[in-house]
Structure formats: C-alpha cells, structure tokens
Design a protein around this ligand. Structure first.
Ligand code: BTN
Length: 328
C-alpha cells in the first residue's frame, strides 16, 4: 500500500499546479481533512513548494529535484520496480545496503543515496560518488539459475543507454557494462548476486551515473580523462528526478521483457546499442589476456573475440580495452 504522503504528492502532481481541495484529497484517501493538512505541513517542512489557497485548496508549484522516497515513488508507473524506495543522504554503498536487506525485502526495492562514502566499482575499484550523481541499487528476484545473472547486466545496460538516449545523447554500451557517450564513460553497472546451489536468490543491480557531479571530483587524472557527465555532454544540468523516472520505467520494461520473451531479441537490441562489437579489443582478466576483434555476444553475456592465432574465443568477464589501431 502506498503511504499517504506519497498519494497526496501524486494527486498534487497530477493536478499540475492547480489547487486541489483538502476535502477532495481526504475523500480519495479516506482520511480526514485535518489528516490531509497534517501531511501537507510535513511535506512543506521537507521543502515541497505547496501553497495553500483559501477556499481553493493546495497546489504544488513545481516538482522539486530531490530524491526523497515519496517524490520518487509518486513519479513511477512501473509494474515491478520501485514499489518501495529507501532514500539515504549518505551511505557507504547502495549495493551493500541492498545485499544486506535483499532476503527480507520484496523484489523491486530501490536504494538511492545522494553520496556514497565507499562506492564500489567492478574488479574492486573505487567508484567516486559525490553529490550530483545518481547512485542507486535495485533488488531483483528472478526465479532462474545463476548462469542467467549476466543477462540482468545486459538488460540493465540497455535500459540505461535507452534512458540517456531519451535525453538526446548518443549513449552506447561498452562490454560488459559501461555506458559511454562520445567514447567517455558516463555510467557503470555493478551486478552482484546471492544464490543457493544453482538458483538465484537475488540480484542487486547497482547503477552509477555521472549526472550533474563535477568531473574534477573523480579520482585520478586517467579517470577524469576517460569520464564524462550528462551535464557536461548536454551543456546544462538535468533534473535527477526526470532521469530517475525514465530509468526506472525502462528498467521495469526490460526486466519484464527478460522474464517473458526469448532472450535472442534482447541480445539483438544490445548488439545494436553496442560500442564494442566490430572493434579490435584486448581483454584482460586474472590469468588471461586476449587480443582480437569483438564479433558477437552470447546468450550468457560472453564476448566472442576473433583472435589472429587461436580462432574465436568466448570471454565471460574481464577488463576490455580498445586497441589504438582499429582494422577497417
Ligand atoms: C563499474 O563500472 O565499475 C561499476 C560501477 C557501479 C557503481 C554503482 S553506484 C551505485 C552502486 N553502489 C556501489 O557501490 N556501486 C554501484
């Protein structure tokens, strides 16, 4: 059940700045006008620009760009994702929070934080998570075997790339799960799982998007050189609440597709959005390194690389670098 503060916000947003009477809100939510007034006071205290007009009622002057749970919840029209949202001003890592509560929370719960003190990237790297970025984790519980977990990473990549594209930017996916704009990384995805024998108990999809945060705050020189933000690419800051709405709706849709459609069609879409297929790559992982041309992606999320001397090879995980010399 949606909480009353969220429902009130939803009603006010739907009215688009028009005034809505306390009586109407009370009737819809089956609560007294005094209760409505109490919730409105609380929302105003949190900074929501709600004005109260005598005889007319309450109106929300604009949607504030905060990531508070009720503000996010009142934006969504999803089927599975985001029915519950946990907001943090600061936490160590939203993935850590998600993993801790995954067994007791229902599928689709989202953890979002304004900053992370110990944001984590793939392969044990630090993920710089200053104010202005979008740092969130989603708890999923697909009833399927472990081997399918990389499919969740692939659909997440598609959802993020599609989201960024809807803001007019040319986002593409670098295998396995970096989102690039003009060759620079704007988002990373860290998928972590909990499993019992061969069955997935939960999948935590951690998504970090550089939105309005400052490139200068990103770790070392190398990282700054290879990273970008949505603000930098667009030339102006974007409302994180808008980004969140589109992202969650897209993730929800692709998750439903993953559950209901043959994976082949999703792979096709991943390939179309891929920046990697067709490029000369070098893949490195502990104990191995492969150089060749990336030619395909498999149903298990492995990259198929055509090497010069050892035929085609499938790589399930690793760091992917583009060779400076690209064959035509
Ligand atoms: C990568 O490209 O290395 C993956 C980066 C993933 C970062 C996100 S931010 C939200 C979530 N919490 C974390 O600690 N990491 C992920």
């Amino acid at each position: 059940m949606e909480d009353q503060k969220t429902s009130i916000l939803k009603i006010l947003k739907k009215a688009e700045e028009d005034a809505v009477s306390g009586e109407y809100i009370g009737t819809v939510l089956k609560i007294s006008r005094t209760m409505v007034w109490k919730h409105i006071k609380l929302l105003q205290k949190q900074g929501y620009p709600i004005s109260s007009k005598p005889k007319l009622g309450y109106s929300l002057e604009y949607t504030p760009d905060n990531l508070y749970a009720e503000n996010l919840l009142s934006e969504l029209e999803t089927e599975i994702l985001g029915k519950k949202i946990l907001y943090y001003k600061e936490t160590n890592s939203t993935n850590d929070v998600a993993k801790k509560i995954a067994n007791i929370e229902k599928e689709g719960t989202v953890i979002v934080s304004e900053t992370q003190k110990k944001g984590r990237g793939r392969m044990g790297k630090v993920w710089y998570s200053d104010l202005g970025g979008m740092w969130l984790s989603v708890i999923l519980k697909p009833r399927t075997s472990i081997v399918n977990s990389s499919r969740i990473t692939l659909i997440s990549g598609i959802a993020v790339a599609r989201t960024i594209r809807s803001f007019g930017l040319d986002a593409s996916i670098k295998w396995p799960n970096d989102i690039l704009i003009n060759g620079k990384k704007v988002c990373g995805i860290l998928t972590e799982i909990g499993a019992e024998l061969d069955q997935l108990e939960f999948v935590v999809v951690g998504i970090g998007i550089n939105v309005n945060n400052d490139i200068q705050d990103l770790g070392d020189e190398e990282l700054r050189k290879n990273s970008t933000t949505l603000k930098k690419e667009l030339g102006y800051p974007i409302k994180k609440i808008d980004l969140f709405r589109v992202l969650l709706n897209n993730l929800d849709q692709y998750y439903i597709k993953f559950k209901s459609q043959p994976f082949q069609s999703i792979l096709q879409e991943w390939t179309e959005l891929s920046d990697t297929i067709g490029k000369e790559v070098s893949i490195s992982a502990p104990n191995m390194s492969i150089v060749g041309k990336a030619i395909n992606i498999t149903e298990r999320g492995s990259l198929v690389v055509q090497t010069k001397d050892s035929g085609t090879q499938e790589v399930i995980a690793g760091r992917c670098n583009y060779e400076t010399k690209q064959r035509k």
